[in-house]
Design a protein around this ligand. Structure first.
Ligand SMILES: [Zn+2]
Length: 68
């Protein structure tokens, strides 16, 4: 995954990013968006356009629901 090790929210480079969304390109394969597990992926999962599977993925990582 060289070249994509940057969080889409905070733009911080990280070696520990998780997939938060998949952009469909219409023709050909889509591409993934990656973010830090916390707090960025958690914040992303709370957005109205976040994919429904993201919260489930965060649940597996015990990051969802976010603790307040
Ligand atoms: Zn981030």
């Amino acid at each position: 995954m060289r070249g994509s090790s940057q969080c889409v929210l905070c733009k911080e480079p990280s070696g520990n990013l998780i997939l938060v969304d998949i952009i469909e390109s219409g023709s050909g394969p889509g591409w993934g968006l990656y973010a830090c597990p916390t707090p960025c992926a958690q914040e992303y999962a709370g957005r109205s356009y976040a994919p429904t599977w993201l919260a489930k993925e965060l649940e597996k990582l015990e990051l969802w629901p976010p603790e307040s």
